[in-house]
Design a protein around this ligand. Structure first.
Ligand code: URA
Length: 216
């Protein structure tokens, strides 16, 4: 697909998301937050769900945690316009509660289509819900954050780079240091200055349909 075709396809998905009116999250005052960025992005960053500010501005990651994430992105030499930013769930859950499995399942086809259209080389997962989607639920973010893993997406390899959610970094100084250091690791990985520790170190093992990660 050309960049223009990808842009049109992403616009179509945004319309389909808006047409759900929130699906299981429908309520007065709720707005769609489909995602934004470069249709040809090499990197997609995927968070959990929009919050208060995102619902108002209809853009992902524009509140406090978004500012932290975008600041780190730019500090590491990426421009906001070269990446694509979106969420697992496309509307704000009430009181910013965790999304339910039914809500995640409802919005999954939209996210999957976005990924397939863009065809990124890297997906940065921000927080555990986004990490679970690609790496399975029986792993701990504390153990595997900052460690790249390779997955197969419709016959194409994508490197998943799991990171803490920026909201968790804002709550605890220790997580903040790891969040910032993971951004630097991501930069080295993408810029090709791979150290031995930055080669994919995780193998995805499918056992009875349960995704398991094994540290190599
Ligand atoms: N947190 C998220 O996970 N996504 C946003 O868009 C904003 C905050």
């Amino acid at each position: 697909m050309t960049t223009e075709e990808k842009k049109q396809a992403l616009d179509e998905i945004a319309k389909k998301i808006a047409a759900t009116k929130g699906g299981p999250l429908a309520m007065p005052g709720i707005n769609p937050v489909p995602g934004e960025g470069n249709p040809d992005a090499k990197i997609i960053l995927i968070g959990e769900a929009p919050g208060f500010n995102e619902n108002i501005q209809m853009r992902p990651f524009v509140g406090q945690s978004g500012k932290l994430m975008r600041k780190n992105l730019v500090a590491c030499g990426f421009s906001e316009g070269e990446v694509y930013i979106t969420n697992i769930v496309k509307f704000r859950p009430p009181e910013n509660r965790d999304p339910t499995p039914a809500e995640i399942a409802f919005f999954q086809p939209f996210l999957d289509e976005q990924i397939s259209i863009i065809g990124p080389e890297y997906i940065v997962t921000l927080g555990r819900f986004s990490m679970y989607k690609f790496l399975g639920e029986n792993i701990s973010i504390g153990r595997i954050h900052g460690i790249p893993a390779q997955i197969d997406w419709q016959g194409k390899k994508i490197t998943i780079f799991p990171m803490f959610h920026p909201a968790a970094a804002l709550r605890a100084g220790g997580v903040m240091r790891q969040f910032e250091s993971d951004f630097k690791k991501l930069t080295s990985l993408i810029n090709g200055s791979k150290t031995a520790t930055m080669e994919p170190q995780i193998e995805l093992v499918q056992k009875n349909d349960v995704k398991q990660l094994e540290l190599i």
